[in-house]
Design a protein around this ligand. Structure first.
Ligand code: AHR
Length: 668
């Protein structure tokens, strides 16, 4: 069974939830004033600093081709087809009967980087090789790009010219390098670009005749996040930083499990020298027939060290998820026998040492050698992604026992499988309760109507059991991960309504993250996604702004908000939650109007101290449920700020149709 079957199984719920929503909106849309009461001096619980976080997976070109700013595709010639991504425009690649030369791939040894390129130039006419990048290369006028490569030569070829070319083949920046070593040598040079171009390519021209061998041909913008050489794309990390996330979950998702066990994510192969990191095919490469991406591989230039570093940069708790010895059950479902699970468990223990261990420990030293002597203060480890059935719990118990014996304070994140209800979910819930699980990951990819109808999901959850990590969720406008799913306002506003329910249940819900995070406009496999980008630009979807408004207004204490003594979970199409921020002394109220009519709302701030006479009103709305943002119109749906009067301790406002409002009142 593949993921397509899984998505088909989810379709049936759509019709029913749709009918329910129509009925609900017809009954409840009658216009009337809604009185809200906020009990400012009756805090219910702390809001966890981890409440709103980020889910990162290398899907949709999120890492290679995305946040990892390498511009050369297949730089080390280790793809299954070793010349994939490289074009020889003036050569018959199968013979030397051409006018200038030929590239062949040599395989030597057994190290991860075992292939390199041999260029044989016959007559010195200027043999050319072109790298197409990840659906092109984005370059900006007057900016510098750092070129590095390894080469060895026996004479003959005198100059290698590296040029960015535009779509018409015109050079828009270049540099020439004279290779001069018989042994492998590292070269580095900068190219300045004359014209901005989203789909540039790298053309390499060899002058002279002879043989040269090359490897690790790499190009990065100089201007990366925090200026780190060979680092991350600045605009994309900035969008993450702007979310002020409480945690960073990595590296996924199904990528953790792999389609096969061989294809699972193995963190140890992603640390150390970049050229020694063993590249593998990306599991999303051929997952969806409608979006085949045969050139999608994982180079692991963004590996576990970089994920920890990114978490630290963002001020987010690192939350790695590890394979528990089960390949994706929608694919092969390969299973490691229990008596062969040790290496998997050891990987988890070693990861904790890598993150937190002293520099005298084996893995702590590797971290220090990579430039981070201090610990990363890892507190959470996730065991398995979307696993289900008794096999999972057998393995989870082994991991839990081993981790807790050595690291009693480490918090284990367990899973409930891919579905948020049904037989597998109920079984998981029962087993997790028996095990006294600490934090449990739930996933829901559902229609917008489900989100509107489930804002009370956690109201009835057991308060004496585990805490919830809503680790993957998104409203899907058609069917799950169908090619026509859109990040439209209907989905975003329904998520906002649901998120008031997450916040109202902050005593149970400790971590939450929308999924997936990133998508390249030309390289995606799954929609919807929080942030979209091309090779030059990026934008936050309406869903992004919903996440941002919650996460940058998370507060520190949950306080009650009610209407007629009831929490607001969709009565008269209104949803609400409220928090106090003890640091900024603000009362923060989040209200969603999911209906097509304006709603008059009166908010009474009971028990508030003296307040400012004006409150801040941050409004995110659109009259058009189909509204989306785009590269051309990145802020079509984006928040605007206004002020609103506070009269005595009351606020009167009209909630526009289909809107999320954040109201912030400062206490003196
Ligand atoms: O977010 C995309 C995928 O959805 C994740 O990899 C997986 O966990 C879920 O099925």
């Amino acid at each position: 069974m593949n993921l397509n079957n899984y998505h088909m199984r989810k379709r049936n719920v759509y019709f029913l939830t749709f009918c329910f929503a129509i009925l609900q909106s017809t009954i409840l849309s009658a216009h009337s004033q809604i009185d809200l009461r906020v009990d400012v001096n009756k805090p219910i619980t702390d809001i966890q600093p981890t409440m709103w976080g980020i889910f990162f997976e290398d899907i949709n070109f999120a890492a290679d081709g995305g946040i990892y700013a390498e511009m050369v595709k297949n730089r080390s010639f280790e793809f299954n087809e070793p010349l994939m991504g490289w074009i020889q425009p003036n050569s018959d690649r199968h013979s030397m009967n051409d006018n200038s030369g030929m590239a062949t791939i040599i395989k030597e040894g057994t190290t991860p980087n075992k292939h390199f390129l041999r260029i044989e130039v016959k007559n010195g006419n200027g043999y050319e090789l072109i790298n197409e990048g990840f659906r092109g290369m984005g370059v900006k006028r007057d900016e510098e790009y750092n070129l590095t490569f390894k080469a060895k030569i026996n004479g003959g070829i005198t100059i290698i010219r590296f040029q960015f070319i535009d779509e018409k083949g015109n050079a828009i920046g270049e540099i020439s390098v004279s290779p001069n070593s018989k042994d492998w040598k590292d070269y580095s040079a900068n190219i300045t670009v004359k014209t901005t171009e989203a789909k540039a390519k790298l053309k390499i021209t060899f002058e002279g005749a002879g043989v040269i061998e090359m490897d690790m041909i790499s190009l990065f913008p100089d201007d990366t996040w925090m200026g780190r050489p060979k680092g991350l794309r600045k605009d994309l990390v900035q969008l993450l930083a702007d979310l002020n996330p409480g945690f960073l979950r990595f590296p996924g998702g199904c990528i953790v499990e792999g389609r096969t066990l061989d294809n699972r994510y193995q963190w140890k192969k992603t640390v150390g020298d970049i050229e020694d990191r063993e590249m593998i095919i990306n599991r999303w490469n051929t997952e969806f027939a409608h979006r085949l991406t045969p050139d999608y591989f994982q180079t692991f230039g963004l590996g576990f060290f970089e994920y920890f570093q990114l978490s630290e940069d963002l001020g987010a708790e690192p939350l790695p998820i590890l394979s528990c010895g089960m390949a994706c059950q929608f694919n092969t479902g390969e299973l490691v026998p229990l008596d062969e699970l040790d290496p998997y468990v050891q990987d988890a223990l070693d990861l904790i040492e890598f993150a937190n261990g002293s520099i005298d420990s084996k893995w702590g030293k590797i971290r220090a050698d990579m430039g981070h002597p201090g610990p990363f203060n890892l507190k959470y480890v996730g065991v398995g992604n979307e696993q289900w059935g008794p096999d999972y719990f057998d393995r989870l118990k082994v991991f839990t026992m081993a981790i807790k014996s050595k690291y009693p304070n480490m918090i284990i994140v367990s899973g409930t499988g891919p579905f948020s209800d049904g037989e597998q979910f109920d079984y998981a819930e029962k087993e997790l309760k028996k095990m006294n699980a600490e934090v449990v990951d739930e996933h829901y990819y559902k229609p917008p109507e489900w989100f509107l109808g489930n804002a009370n999901r956690y109201d009835s959850y057991d308060r004496d059991s585990y805490k919830i990590f809503a680790g993957e969720y998104a409203a899907h406008s058609t069917t799950v991960s169908a090619p026509y799913d859109r990040n439209n306002w209907q989905c975003a506003v329904s998520e906002a309504a649901f998120m008031t329910g997450l916040e109202r249940n902050a005593d149970v819900v400790y971590l939450t993250s929308y999924a997936p995070l990133f998508a390249h406009v030309d390289g995606w496999q799954w929609t919807p996604d929080l942030i979209w980008f091309d090779n030059l630009k990026s934008y936050g979807t309406p869903n992004y702004y919903v996440q941002k408004l919650f996460s940058t207004n998370k507060g520190t204490k949950l306080i009650p908000i009610s209407s007629e003594d009831q929490p607001l979970t969709g009565q008269k199409e209104v949803y609400a939650s409220s928090v106090l921020d003890e640091g900024t002394k603000e009362i923060i109220i989040k209200v969603v109007n999911s209906g097509s009519g304006e709603k008059s709302v009166s908010i009474a701030l009971k028990g508030a101290k003296k307040t400012n006479k004006e409150a801040k009103w941050i409004l995110l709305n659109s009259q058009d449920l189909n509204a989306v943002n785009s590269i051309e119109n990145p802020r079509g749906v984006a928040p605007i700020e206004k002020s609103i009067a506070v009269k005595g301790k009351n606020i009167e406002l009209a909630l526009p149709p289909y809107s999320l409002s954040i109201i912030k009142v400062m206490e003196d």
